[in-house]
Design a protein around this ligand. Structure first.
Ligand code: NAP
Length: 254
């Protein structure tokens, strides 16, 4: 029997990139996955891929920046399955105009709500189901920018992702007594559609050297398969060809 057979996993941002890869990997491991994002079509494509491989998936589309949409989806999960064993709190976004020279109030709200408020909404929505069973795992896709701020990611994105890391650690501090575990995953550059929003376009050759969605999806699967008595609190995953390091090396050589 696969490790996650009988488990219900809610994966946000499951229509593309890391979320899609994580959903496919968790379903392969036996979990029934609930797929959320704003656009229905990519979620349906992820569900079709999972079902074709013999897995179980359902689509629950919604905008996670709206607390009411999050509550609605969590209630639907509770009603249908009576449990949520794993939350992959992965949905996120960034904006083009991310430097302070260009930052607007609209951009600030979008990035903070789209990466931090949404993650808090999903967390608070699943905790009652997890507490009831004295078991649950939350895996949050933060970012290396959640530890190391920099203009490449922008201040708002970095602040939001630092917030996600803080949320995850605090969850372990408060909820460990309820059998609930939380892990912050901090990826460096991963070749996903989010890169299309970079102010400086990223070439195909550069994307090929980065971590791929499946690399991070497999890490999430690994974390989800750990026994319930242990937790990886925080983990960083980077491409070996780290563009930040390579640029620093070039500067060092003069
Ligand atoms: N790629 C990287 O280099 C990298 C590095 C570090 C961290 N991350 C983080 O990894 C996570 C996944 O991103 P990705 O790289 O896989 O990029 P992606 O392909 O753009 O995935 C982001 C997903 O989030 C969904 N989403 C965004 N806002 C949403 C909202 N308000 N409500 C519901 N769904 C929403 C998007 O779907 P809809 O547009 O249909 O809603 C999309 O499927 C994000 O949190 C990102 O910040 C990425």
């Amino acid at each position: 029997m696969a490790t996650l057979t009988g488990k219900i996993a809610w994966v946000t941002g499951a229509g593309s990139g890391i979320g899609q890869a994580a959903a496919v990997a968790l379903a392969k491991e036996g979990a029934t996955v609930v797929l959320t994002g704003r656009r229905k079509a990519p979620l349906q494509a992820t569900a079709a891929t999972i079902k074709k491989a013999g897995g179980k998936a359902e689509v629950q589309a919604g905008d996670l920046m709206k607390a009411a949409s999050v509550t609605k989806i969590a209630k639907a999960i509770d009603k249908k399955y009576g449990r949520c064993d794993i939350l992959v709190n992965n949905a996120g976004l960034n904006i083009l105009d991310r430097t302070f020279a260009k930052l607007s109030a609209k951009g600030i709200d979008e990035v903070i709500h789209g990466n931090l408020s949404s993650a808090f909404y999903c967390t608070t929505a699943v905790l009652p189901m997890m507490r009831k069973r004295k078991d649950g795992l939350l895996i949050h896709t933060s970012s290396v920018a959640g530890r190391v701020p920099g203009p490449l990611s922008g201040a708002t994105y970095s602040a939001a992702k630092h917030g996600v890391v803080a949320m995850s650690h605090t969850l372990n501090m408060e909820e460990c007594v309820n059998g609930i575990r939380s892990c912050a995953v901090l990826p460096g550059e991963v070749a996903t559609p989010i890169l299309d929003k970079r102010p400086v376009p990223v070439t195909k050759a550069e994307r090929a050297k980065m971590a791929q969605s499946e690399d991070v999806g497999d890490l999430i699967r690994y974390i989800a398969c750990l026994p319930a008595h242990i937790v990886i609190n925080e983990v960083m995953i980077n491409p070996t060809w780290n563009r930040g390091y390579v640029a620093a090396l070039q500067r060092a050589k003069g």
